[in-house]
Write a protein that binds this ligand. Structure first.
Ligand SMILES: [Zn+2]
Length: 492
């Protein structure tokens, strides 16, 4: 499915679009050929020049990632150079552009390894706790021990157990935890993971009985503790008072069952290497407005990538679509839209959340009639998807697609991206993307959009392979055409 697959995909799309253009004349066709009667630069720009401009933006952002450690993550040089590029491109417009600085803290886990070696080699999915001690360099290896008293929180729990140097597997008591602060939930990046509906662990503040379990285990010579309960938990301790407690992590019920089965059958040897850091990131959003106009609508795309890759589909594609739309709309002195390039989306929609808080604090939020989100506008095995909580706003896209007979599918508005903070603040939201509501493309979607059924919409999501080769140029052109049309449909 590598490069060749994509070439085929492109071929089939191009063929289909040619059909489209010949059958309907306007919509995508006209955007591409520039034959309709609209004012401004858009008219004179042939299809290849438009895709050329989009391609230029993506190529530039790819080169920036390559020159800066392979990513454009917030707080990293790749993000700052990406921002300079956006600002340089906008310089040619009449838009007023400014940076909106902010910082945030996230938890990063440089070491998060739990690895079983006996009776079989196995990586154990786990979520390290915050605020306790880290594993020594190289981690700890020892026998896995589950005392008869599964909680290990009574004085005699470890009596008669050869526990020196062991790794403990202990059950979490119900109620032994309290709801963590929103800040810590945000800290752990447990709020919004880009596009992934919520399957993340529950964030819980560790209570005294958990501290007791750890203290008794340490007294018994235990080196590290693995807690388990039905659901995966992220445990928050208070670094100020708990920094000496044993290195600690959590697993969910299914991982624990496997470990307990192995323990029942014989000795289990396990390696634990844990380190959780609180990292402060300083970054900024880029905001562009039409001078002299009070904007009533916002449209945004996140500019940052994940640390593990250049983020070309996620989300240089959205950045490019927004850039082209802003440039084309810049000539309209009544343009009510504010154009926003967000920072820190991959760390939990940090930039957009901060912006919404500012709007709420200033009272400016009352003027905002809607927010449109652009995220992943070029998935290699794409669909065209629309999501939102407001028919009027979604209609900006769906009516355009209807008119231009462009197939589209509905995506669930609960997916994680920058529209979430606006939605939580009661603002009407809509969004455009190229991934669907399923894990892989369905046969029905294949019939509408081509590509490969049974395969993910973006097989390189959040990886180093999310690069220039991971782009559907036809999907990107379709998203750019639709966004320009949707944007023009709203006037002051
Ligand atoms: Zn994204």
């Amino acid at each position: 499915m590598a490069a060749s697959g994509r070439a085929d995909l492109e071929g089939s799309n191009l063929r289909r679009r040619t059909l489209l253009r010949s059958s309907v004349g306007l919509g995508v066709g006209s955007w591409v050929t520039g034959s309709v009667t609209d004012s401004g630069a858009a008219q004179a720009t042939p299809a290849r020049q438009n895709t050329y401009r989009l391609r230029t933006h993506l190529t530039k952002l790819q080169r920036i990632a390559e020159a800066n450690g392979g990513n454009r993550a917030a707080g990293q040089p790749g993000y700052d150079y990406s921002a300079r590029y956006v600002e340089t491109v906008l310089k040619s417009s009449r838009l007023a552009v400014h940076r909106d600085y902010f910082d945030y803290e996230t938890l990063q886990t440089p070491r998060q390894k739990v690895e079983q070696s006996t009776p079989r080699a196995k990586i154990v999915q786990n979520f390290p706790a915050y605020g306790v001690s880290w594993s020594p360099s190289g981690g700890d290896t020892g026998k896995l021990l589950a005392p008869d008293d599964v909680f290990g929180d009574s004085e005699g729990s470890w009596d008669g157990v050869e526990s020196e140097g062991g790794i403990a597997l202990l059950k979490l008591r119900q109620g032994s935890k309290t709801q963590v602060s929103q800040a810590t939930a945000g800290l752990s990046g447990l709020t919004t993971q880009c596009h992934v509906p919520h399957q993340s662990p529950r964030a819980q503040r560790a209570g005294d009985s958990v501290r007791r379990q750890l203290t008794l285990a340490a007294a018994a010579g235990i080196k590290a503790v693995i807690f388990y309960s039905d659901n995966l938990h992220f445990l928050e301790f208070n670094p100020g008072q708990d920094r000496d407690l044993l290195p600690t992590t959590s697993v969910d019920g299914s991982e624990a069952d496997l470990l307990l089965q192995d323990l029942a059958a014989g000795p289990v040897v396990i390696h634990v290497d844990l380190e959780v850091r609180l990292v402060r990131t300083e970054t900024f959003n880029i905001i562009a407005t039409t001078p002299g106009v009070t904007s009533t609508h916002l449209i945004g795309a996140h500019l940052d990538s994940v640390p593990s890759g250049p983020g070309i589909n996620d989300n240089a594609s959205g950045v490019a679509v927004l850039l082209e739309t802003a440039l084309k709309r810049a000539g309209d002195r009544r343009n009510p839209w504010r154009f926003c390039w967000w920072g820190g989306e991959e760390a939990g929609a940090q930039g957009s959340s901060r912006f919404v808080r500012e709007l709420q604090a200033s009272g400016g939020i009352d003027r905002i009639k809607g927010y449109v989100n652009l995220d992943m506008a070029a998935s290699p095995n794409h669909v065209i998807s629309v999501y939102g909580n407001d028919q009027g706003l979604e209609g900006l896209y769906t009516e355009y697609f209807q008119d231009s007979q462009q197939p589209w599918v509905r995506e669930d508005v609960s997916v994680g991206s920058d529209h979430r903070p606006f939605m939580a603040a009661g603002i009407a939201v809509a969004g455009l993307g190229t991934w669907g509501p399923h894990q892989v493309k369905t046969d029905e979607e294949h019939a509408l959009f081509g590509g490969t059924a049974g395969e993910p919409y973006d097989p390189n999501y959040h990886s180093s392979q999310d690069d220039l080769a991971n782009v559907s140029w036809s999907a990107l052109a379709t998203c750019a055409a639709a966004t320009y049309a949707a944007n023009r449909a709203v006037t002051e």
